[in-house]
Every structure is written in C-alpha cells, then in structure tokens.
Ligand binder design. Structure first.
Ligand code: 6LW
Length: 490
C-alpha cells in the first residue's frame, strides 16, 4: 500500500511507539499543554487514531506557571507483561518519571520518579528486569547514553548509572532506546539537535552494558543533506516491528516552507520510514538513509485522513487541549457549543488564559466559527507561544461589538484592523491559510469582508524558538463568549 508522510500531522513531536495486543500505540511530547502526552492507536502504523492522553490528572504532572516549551518532554511508551508504561521528563522540574496502566483506554497511575538525570528517558524490559536509559554526560562532560537498572514497582535504582554509548560524534545525543533483536542489543538514538541537522544513529552490542559498536553507516536516517526537500529535521525515532515482520522507524520531522532560509510553523510531526535488516545484522532505513514523502509498503489498507474537525466530530478529551493547568470552571463544553469565561489573564502571559486549542494540521486550512461575545476580547488565536500569536477576535464595547485582527510578534504588537459591526449578535469569524499566510475575514450578514493577512513565518520555530507548533485556540479575556458551528477544514 502507498502512504504519504507525515502519518500524524501537526504538532505531535518526539514519537515513541510500542506493539501490544495486535495493535500499536504511539505517544508524543506536549510541553506546556494539558492534558499531557497525546496517545494514539493503529493497526497498520500509517493510520493513527487518537484515543486520549496519558497525563490526564493535574496531580500527575506539574505545569503550574511553567515556561513555554518546558514541561513534558519526549516520552517513551513500552508494554511488558500486560502493562503499559510511559516514561518522560518534566523539563521544568528536571524530573524523570513514569506512569503505568493495564487498560490503555483507562486512567494511568500516579507518577513514579527515577533518580537519574538527563532527558528522553526510556525503559527496556527483559526477564523481569527493567533498564532505565536517558541521555546525560560522561565524566569528561561529553554527551552519552546513561543506563541503570531499576525496580519497576518503586522506581528505585538497583545499579549505579553508567555511560554506555557516546554516539557517533554528532551534537545533542538524545532519544536513546534499547531493543533486543536476534540475540543482539541495539541502541538507537538521535544526534544533531532537533532541527535541520537532526539524525537517527545506532550501535549494537552482545551485552546490554556494552561495549557498543557504532553502525558504520551512521547516521542511519537523516534528511540533513536532502535539498531542496520539504521534509526536514528527521530524527528522534523509535523502532517497531509490524505484524507482518517488517521493521519501521517512527520519527519526528517537519515540513519546511521555502528553500533558502526555510522555516516551519506547524511544529514537529510524525513520519514513518521502512527499515531493512541486512545479512550482516545491521539495519538500513528509508531511501539511502533518508525519509521520503511517499512509500509503497506491504499491507492491505488505505491511508485515511480526517479533513474536517468540528465540535461534533471531535472529543474535548482527545483532540483539544489547554495551556498549563486550566481552571475548568471557566469552560462550559457542550456537544455543539463552547462557552468560555475569560479572566484577566491574556494570551501574552506564560500562564493559563481561558484557551481551548486544537493543533493546526496542514498549511491549507479554512476555519470558521460563530461567536457571541460579551467579553473584552474573544476569538481565535493562531498560537505559537505567549510571544508569538495572531488573533481574529471580537470586543464588546459600549456601542456594540468590534472585530479586530491583532498580531503579536515578540516585542512588536500590531492591530491590523478594528471595525465596528452592524449585526453583532452572532458573528462568524473566518481564517483561510496557505503555507505562507493567514487571511482573516468576518461575515457581515451575507457578505464576507476581508480584514487582513499575516505571514506564517513569524509564528515559525525559527522565529519563536522552542519545541512546539501552532495550536488554534478559542479564547476569551474578561467576560463570556459563546462559540458555535466550529468548523476547521483542510
Ligand atoms: C526532546 C529531544 C528533542 O526531548 O527535543 O527531538 C526535545 N528531540 O530529544 C524536546 O522535544
């Protein structure tokens, strides 16, 4: 069957995947967004359906007043003896912790903290032993993969933490995962940093503590030399065997815009690359070690893509998210309607404004929503973080309602337009986007009135920094607003 990358679109970075009960499960990082760690299910590794989140209770994850792109870093999901484990790093508290569940559709446990530093923790189970792996530095301060054995019931370390592999020479050795395949241990990792130089590398050993021999063809997967090519940043992968015995890497990557000095604003997404083991026991990935947009793979399935997102066909506990820990008394979520009560917290603050977000999944999009505004400000934001975001919104004034388009780009703030509306009971706000621009409109009776445009470039990771991507948020500040007929079409 032919499929197209990315297989999960929009800001779903740092994928990790495991097989269980004839299906595959995938998790992603979530940073300052709540609930934490989106969770997906698949039967073919190409079609992924979100089934929920792992960190659904505030008590499982500290997000209070955390910085943007802090909070929940790259997770790993593993399945051992009927139990799922998700291990991650809260980068703000600098803690590595895991939670577990026996019911993938149910709640997960409270966190169990492991006293080993570094980011990108992973677990490897073998004969009732559990190895805890993360990135770190050796005694000379050089990046390396660190490992200890833990007691899985308590998280207690059973051995010292030891460096086991120093990588292939790239910077930012991250995302280590251990596998046992045909009697050998394979240790796969990311190097190069999570941007244009990103890559997947690996090493193998007969012993879980090493010494590890680097794959002579490292990096096994990278798009760093592929140009001009829309898919970049391929790295941070997890290896998985499909039910038919074939191997794949699920990794992050991003879709760049432009060729020279490119940029990307949708965040890091999930890409699937076929892997082949050679007679020599080394594996190779993709097309000469690169990830392509299209692949033909065995299997009788069709790649389906959801093109339409409405209140009715989504679930507030699945596709939608909040910033940090939301104050739920400010959200009234009904099957066809959302009422938000805005506080005095604005989108410019690294706090929890009244904000209900859904990832932007593609460049070309048409979003419309009807808003009844009884607030100082309410509307839709294309939100990268508190420093970079664009709004189309309504303001309730003494004389009625005004519509505005507001851009916030670092230290530059700009109101592109503000217009008093005649018919101001229920107003339809409209955004049309392509790769390079957002175009803003309001429906005034039967007429669609163009308001302003703004470049996607200034919401990109290259401008904003950090690890997130654009999330489309319904929001309100000081007062109530009701949103109906939400419709986001790709
Ligand atoms: C993550 C690191 C990385 O923990 O970015 O892509 C960091 N790699 O491995 C945040 O996503």
């Amino acid at each position: 069957m032919r499929y197209q990358n990315p297989v999960v679109k929009g800001f779903y970075p740092d994928p990790s995947v495991c097989a269980a009960n004839g299906k595959s499960y995938l998790v992603c990082s979530s940073f300052q967004f709540f609930p934490g760690v989106p969770l997906f299910e698949s039967t073919d590794l190409v079609n992924w359906t979100q089934i929920g989140h792992v960190l659904t209770r505030k008590s499982q994850v500290m997000l209070e007043n955390i910085n943007s792109s802090g909070g929940v870093f790259a997770p790993t999901i593993r399945f051992y003896k009927g139990r799922f484990y998700m291990v991650t790093n809260n980068n703000t508290t600098q803690e590595n912790f895991y939670v577990y569940t026996d019911d993938i559709y149910g709640e997960w446990s409270d966190p169990i903290v492991v006293d080993q530093g570094g980011i990108d923790p992973s677990l490897y189970f073998e004969e009732d032993r559990c190895y805890f792996i993360s990135n770190g530095n050796d005694e000379n301060g050089k990046g390396c993969v660190m490992q200890c054995e833990i007691e899985i019931e308590t998280g207690k370390k059973l051995t010292e933490t030891k460096p086991i592999w120093g990588g292939s020479g790239g910077r930012y050795l991250e995302s280590p995962h251990m596998y046992s395949i045909n009697g050998m241990y394979y240790l796969m990792a990311a190097e190069g940093g999570t941007e244009y130089g990103h890559m997947v590398t690996y090493a193998r050993s007969e012993n879980i503590w090493g010494p590890f021999e680097s794959y002579p063809g490292n990096p096994v997967l990278t798009n760093r030399n592929k140009a001009p090519y829309i898919i970049q940043g391929i790295g941070h992968g997890d290896l998985i065997q499909a039910q038919d015995g074939n191997w794949y890497i699920l990794s992050l990557g991003f879709r760049q815009i432009g060729v020279w000095m490119p940029y990307h604003h949708l965040g890091r997404e999930v890409f699937l690359t076929p892997v082949r083991f050679g007679e020599d026991g080394w594996f190779r990935a993709g097309h000469d070690g690169t990830c392509d947009e299209f692949y033909e793979i065995p299997g009788d399935f069709v790649q389906k893509e959801q093109k339409l997102y409405t209140f009715e066909n989504t679930d507030f506990n699945r596709e939608w998210c909040y910033l940090r820990h939301p104050h739920m008394e400010n959200y009234r979520l009904e099957s066809d309607k959302v009422t938000l009560t805005g506080t005095d917290i604005t989108l410019n603050e690294p706090k929890s404004p009244t904000f209900l977000g859904i990832r932007q999944r593609d460049f070309d999009m048409e979003l419309s929503v009807d808003v009844i505004c009884d607030a100082k400000e309410a509307g839709v934001t294309a939100y990268m973080n508190e420093d970079e975001h664009y709004e189309i919104g309504l303001s309730k004034t003494e004389n009625g309602v005004e519509v505005f388009v507001h851009l916030h780009i670092g230290d530059a703030e700009c109101e592109k337009c503000r217009i008093a509306l005649d018919d101001n009971q229920k107003v339809t706000l409209l955004i049309k986007s392509d790769a390079c621009n957002y175009h803003y409109y309001v429906k005034d009776g039967e007429k669609t009135v163009y308001l302003a445009s703004a470049r996607t470039k200034y919401l990109s990771s290259e401008v904003s920094g950090g690890f997130t991507g654009v999330v489309l948020g319904l929001y309100a500040v000081e007062g109530k607003a009701c949103f109906e007929n939400f419709c986001c079409r790709y």
